[in-house]
Design a protein around this ligand. Structure first.
Ligand code: ZN
Ligand code: ZN
Length: 361
């Protein structure tokens, strides 16, 4: 495991941000840097030193998971315990991630240190670690591939199980049951099954609605494997397509494939978004594409980079992103197709190669 390499990269980023210590409280960041998966932790990095603070429930787990990091089982809440250590260690300026620190947490950090060091000790440095996490290392890519593969297997299984009359909740239950039996630790997010008119809801949570004899069913789902998340969407059709349905499906598919083809190092996320959006514009459907084209995925389901209109961030090899354009026609139907794509030196590699051609069940 490359925790020491990750910690070194973070230390360099912290130094560049002008701080000599870093207080890490966002749990996915703690996991990324130490391996610890518990629900209560604060990690302090100061020069070569790394100390993980957690509580007595996690004594054995923390020692096993965070093997390369010093573990302190705190007798008080982890945040003040970590801040007292920061003061005692002589850290002059300690960075924290403002985006993941509540006002109450900052108050408790300040209260935990003495008046003489309080002023200027804690400095917001932005999401240094979250930013580093956008580019996945080899270990992470192995895990993301495995999660994505598991997701593809579930889609194949759903093609056998889906039938008109099944409720969306029952379809989601079948999918989640199969996911668990295949070894998923959890679902990455609440499984979306949206059928018939409800397919026009971009985030239609599975309801009691029955899958129709004629119409679309959109399934958006993901699994967690080894902490890493998958995310994919497929839209299938029951019965023969009505007027316009097939054209919309083909336009979304063309938009999705155009955006995947645009993925390459150095290309901006805004350009990838535009690759999808321009196909739908030509088809007169862009006004029904009401969200962004995609997002990074890893230890969290929605990470950077964000793939949206006018974004200027450049893609880098090792990023894992989703490409998920959709068209939603209120009161009629909706179509979305989503893949996970690894940015490689050569372009983009689809990690969820399940069939995307029109499927009629
Ligand atoms: Zn999704
Ligand atoms: Zn997504």
């Amino acid at each position: 495991m490359s925790f020491s390499i990750r910690k070194r990269k973070v230390a360099a980023a912290a130094k560049a941000a002008g701080v000599d210590g870093l207080l890490v409280t966002h749990l996915p960041d703690v996991r990324y840097l130490s391996g610890f998966t518990g629900s209560n932790a604060a990690l302090v990095l100061a020069g070569e030193r790394a100390v993980l603070f957690t509580d007595g429930r996690y004594t054995a787990q923390a020692k096993a998971e965070a093997a390369g990091t010093r573990v302190v089982i705190a007798k008080k809440p982890v945040l003040p315990a970590a801040c007292e250590w920061i003061e005692a260690a002589g850290v002059k300026r300690c960075g924290f991630d403002a985006a993941n620190t509540t006002v109450a947490a900052l108050e408790s950090m300040r209260k935990a240190v003495s008046g003489k060091v309080r002023r200027g000790l804690f400095a917001p440095v932005g999401s240094l670690i979250t930013r580093l996490r956008e580019v996945k290392d080899a270990d992470e890519i192995v895990r993301l591939r495995a999660a994505a593969n598991l997701g593809c297997g579930l889609f194949d299984r759903m093609l056998e199980l889906l039938r008109p009359g099944l409720t969306e909740i029952e379809a989601a239950a079948e999918l989640e049951h199969a996911a668990r039996l295949s070894g998923a630790e959890a679902m990455s997010f609440e499984t979306i099954v949206a059928s018939g008119e409800r397919s026009a809801l971009p985030h239609g949570r599975a309801s009691k609605a029955k899958l129709p004899k004629q119409g679309f069913v959109t399934m958006d789902f993901g699994v967690v494997l080894d902490g890493y998340m998958s995310d994919m969407t497929r839209t299938v059709h029951f019965g023969k397509a009505l007027e316009g349905e097939r054209d919309v499906y083909d336009a979304v598919l063309e938009a999705q494939e155009a955006a995947v083809a645009a993925v390459a190092p150095g290309v901006t996320t805004g350009d990838v978004d535009e690759a999808a959006r321009s196909v739908l514009r030509r088809a007169g459907l862009d006004k029904y594409f009401t969200h962004s084209t995609g997002h990074g995925v890893g230890l969290e389901i929605h990470e950077g980079p964000k793939l949206a209109a006018k974004q200027t961030q450049a893609l880098e090899p090792g990023m894992v992103i989703t490409i998920e354009p959709g068209v939603y026609m209120p009161g009629r139907f909706g179509v979305r197709i989503e893949d996970m794509v690894l940015v490689t030196e050569a372009g983009g590699e689809i990690l969820t190669p399940s069939v995307k051609a029109w499927i009629e069940l």
